[in-house]
Design a protein around this ligand. Structure first.
Ligand code: SAM
Length: 245
């Protein structure tokens, strides 16, 4: 008989959640985080979804990091979020668990990853997260998605300016896109501010963080949708990354 070791348990440092994000999970949410962790690791055996598998690292670099972005926002029932380039469901699934009042669409371009994501969501058995296979450049042109979201999340999907072009067409007026970044500098700030203006948005704020366990540098860039996005955006698949605004 093959012996299997029990799954590693995620830490749940309540006081660290509270001190850093002003929030801590209920016991039910903590169990959902553990289910998410185990489901991601199970899919990771067949597909390269994440290099971060150690429980402490998963807690900090996936769960905590995902939830740092919306921590300063007031999310209300009826809000619709889209996680663009979600991979294994990050940051979208931690956000769906922490904010059950928000409907989260998990957009992923790679077919195999989108299928793995279907299995992860089924394992979690939550009803406010829906996987969607496709590219942001195509989804952003479809009437049921264009200007339909109050929140867009983008982590590790590419450079900042293409991310602005993926996100802003999908946001309704007043909606917010959160771009999760590591390092940040003035040149990137100037470039994204100019691109956002062309796309009907503006830079509403920039937050910087130090991650609570390993003290790594993080930034979240908040873009607000302030007008309409011209019909020519987003451009055809691949163009935003190849020829950034
Ligand atoms: N957001 C996840 C995270 O932080 O772990 C995954 C990051 S992974 C490095 C980037 C993902 O974005 C890939 O799974 C890729 O297929 C997806 N992606 C890249 N460009 C995309 C696009 N234009 N539309 C939708 N998904 C895209």
């Amino acid at each position: 008989m093959v012996e299997t070791s029990p799954p590693a348990q995620l830490p749940n440092p309540d006081e660290l959640w509270e001190a850093t994000l002003g929030w801590s999970p209920t016991e039910a949410q903590q169990r959902q985080f553990q289910t998410l962790y185990e489901a991601v690791l199970a899919q990771n055996r067949h597909l390269n979804l994440t290099r971060i598998t150690d429980p402490e690292a998963f807690w900090e670099k996936h769960l905590w990091d995902s939830l740092s972005g919306p921590a300063s926002l007031e999310l209300v029932a009826g809000d619709r979020a889209i996680d663009i380039g979600t991979g294994a469901g990050l940051p979208g699934l931690p956000v769906a668990i922490a904010y059950p009042q928000v409907a989260v669409t998990l957009l992923e371009a790679t077919g195999k990853k989108a299928s793995a994501l279907e299995r992860i969501v089924a394992e979690l058995a939550i009803d406010n997260a829906v996987p969607l296979a496709g590219r942001a450049e195509q989804i952003g042109r479809q009437a049921q998605h264009r200007e339909a979201y109050s929140l867009a999340l983008l982590r590790a999907v590419g450079r900042t300016v293409p991310c602005a072009e993926y996100a802003l067409p999908l946001l309704e007026r007043g909606g917010i896109a959160i771009l999760y970044r590591g390092r940040w500098d003035q040149a990137q700030a100037d470039a994204v501010a100019a691109a956002a203006k062309q796309l009907g948005g503006t830079v509403a704020g920039i937050e910087d963080w130090t991650t609570p366990l390993t003290q790594a540098e993080r930034h979240c860039i908040y873009l607000e949708k302030t007008g309409r996005t011209p019909a020519r955006f987003p451009r055809a698949p691949g163009v935003p990354a190849r020829e950034p605004l």
